[in-house]
Design a protein around this ligand. Structure first.
Ligand code: FAD
Length: 307
């Protein structure tokens, strides 16, 4: 069996693997896609100490670093079930194999919920963005739209309003769903237009990049079009925890509940990164959380076993 088995090969999983391996303990990583969300990222300009890099390059560097240690990397493998046990915890893979370990670090990350309209996939990274902290500065002085009037959409609009020339916030419902304090701040900004009852129908472009957004006014049924250079889709981040329902405690958003040490509700099972309740989903945060979860797993090992 492994001492630490990490599920997920994004920044959190990679950091957990390096920290575990450096303790000289048996370490394994199972990942559906080593690199994680970073593989879908173009420019990364906020990983502290790296001025600028690209997603795939960063993912390669993660893998290179992990591979300098004795880590059993099982890439292109999907975990399907977590089975807690007395001494060993098991992880069942989609291919039927069952891996056993004394401790587990869950780092299966999250995915942005897509709006699923024409133009979204086509112009992803060419005007369509999901992370204002990451991509906001790319739209300096330009016009953007934010789709979604929940907390993340309104926070994004407030954040972007300080960088871009104008923000159009589109909300499907009759009212914004964000906290009142955020709504007050939003309405105080001169360069933000809020449109409710707006059903986004298409993100338009010139074949290379975004040039506008179309929506239907749900009260009048009229079609409208706004010219702009960027669209931020903010309708939710979905944690990859479907396979964990009924084993570890999840928040109402489906995120794994962790304490300050990364411990989950199941002894010996730790979690890190975007899949958890940790606030702010960023690479630099996921890396720190992965290191922390791994150190907690090591601490658990030295306290619990004599063999
Ligand atoms: P992830 O990166 O999501 O990795 C999860 C890992 O788990 C993957 O290897 C996945 O294949 C694996 N996995 C999932 N389910 C299973 C399963 N059942 N079995 C086995 N393996 C599984 N952050 C920044 O700091 N700066 C940026 O510029 C930036 N830009 C971004 C741009 C885009 C387009 C996106 C989508 C995100 C961006 N982010 C950025 C956010 C950043 O990518 C995430 O915060 C970070 O990747 C989270 O790391 P993680 O390891 O927690 O999860």
């Amino acid at each position: 069996p492994f001492d630490v088995l990490i599920v997920g090969g994004g920044p959190a999983g990679a950091a957990a693997a390096i920290y575990a391996a450096r303790k000289g303990i048996r370490t394994g990583v199972v990942a559906e896609r080593f690199g994680g969300q970073v593989l879908d990222t173009l420019a990364i300009e906020n990983f502290v100490s790296v001025k600028e890099t690209e997603g795939p390059e960063f993912a390669n560097a993660l893998e290179e670093h992990v591979k300098t240690y004795e880590v059993d990397v099982m890439d292109v493998q999907r975990a399907e079930a977590l089975i807690p046990g007395e001494k060993l915890i098991a992880v069942r893979l989609a291919n039927g194999a069952v891996l056993k370990s004394k401790t587990i670090v869950l780092a299966t990350g999250a995915r942005w919920r897509e709006i699923n309209v024409p133009g979204e996939r086509e112009y992803r990274n060419h005007g369509v963005a999901y992370c204002p902290h990451c991509d906001g500065p790319l739209f300096k002085g330009k016009r953007v739209s934010v789709i979604g009037g929940g907390n993340s959409g309104v926070e994004a609009a407030i954040d972007l309003a300080g960088i871009v020339s104008h923000v159009t916030l589109l909300e499907f419902g009759a009212e914004l769903r964000a906290d009142a304090v955020l709504q007050r701040k939003l309405h105080s900004l001169p360069n933000v237009t809020v449109i409710t009852q707006a059903q986004t129908t298409e993100i338009t472009g010139d074949g290379k990049k975004v040039n506008g957004i179309s929506y239907t006014d749900r009260t009048s049924g009229e079609s409208k079009h706004v010219e702009l250079e960027g669209v931020f889709v903010q309708i939710g981040l979905v944690p990859n925890t479907e396979w964990l329902k009924g084993t570890v405690q999840l928040s109402r958003h489906g995120e794994i509940e962790i304490d300050a040490r990364g411990q989950t509700s199941v002894p010996g099972v730790f979690a890190a990164g975007d899949v958890t309740t940790v606030p702010f989903k960023q690479i630099v945060i996921a890396v720190g959380e992965g290191a922390k979860a791994s150190l907690s797993a090591f601490d658990h090992l030295i306290r619990s076993s004599v063999d």
